[in-house]
Design a protein around this ligand. Sequence first.
Ligand SMILES: N[C@@H](CCC(=O)N[C@@H](CS)C(=O)NCC(=O)O)C(=O)O
Length: 250
Amino acid sequence: MSPAVTLIGSPVSPYVRKVLACCAIKGVEVKVDPISPFLGDDGFSKISPLRRIPVWIEGDFTLCDSSAIVQYIEETRSGPALWPADPKARAQARWLEEYGDTRLFDVLGWKLFFQMALKPHFFGGETDQAAVAHARDVELPEILDYLESVSPQEGFLFGEAVCVADFAVTAACMNLETIRVRVTADRWPRFAGLIARVQDTPLGNLNRLAGRLMRAPLEQHRDLLPEFGLAATETTLLGREVRRGPMTAN
Ligand SMILES: N[C@@H](CCC(=O)N[C@@H](CS)C(=O)NCC(=O)O)C(=O)O
């Protein structure tokens, strides 16, 4: 039997939700330490050199990066496949996962969510309104146009079965609700439809959890996990001071 698995990181992070959704599909039980990466202690720096979440811990095996983690889950666990079987579809799925994790998250996560929510409420800084306006009105629509062009009218990106790419391109869009930016169905009908259908997969429950966590004080986060079918770890890597990782944007 494999050792118990701990996943470090708050499900507010789309990367953490991507991994948890894959665990749900494969039936892998994990305990979650729902810390913000900005509040990790020295132990967190040791296991995550970039001070990023998620981190997977399984006995003495520790692994950073959501893409490395989901690949590892696919290779070590039975159950439904996390990627399509056809090599070309599989390769495209990896590309869309990369696009979601990098370009989409750069704009949604760093330029919008960070500037509008984290910077003023968590770091005590001022929102850069010009950067927000450019990200929201120029960069984001370009990204959504591209995602619209690859989204199907029905089903998921690569057919009937949901895959990692569906999670990667939709999970971060959920965080948009908190900053009142919407993927509207009149302009991006296929992509809006995909987001809605992914809500009926294991990611939907995790998105609802993230919404709940975003409205709750940090000290309540561990206690909210069981309501959404997740167990919290007995110990935590939560520290006291706010710290930025070595690659954090302004
Ligand atoms: N490529 C990484 C990105 C993870 C990532 O950037 N996570 C964010 C949370 S949504 C984080 O930990 N940010 C803290 C930082 O960069 O300082 C992955 O796929 O796991």
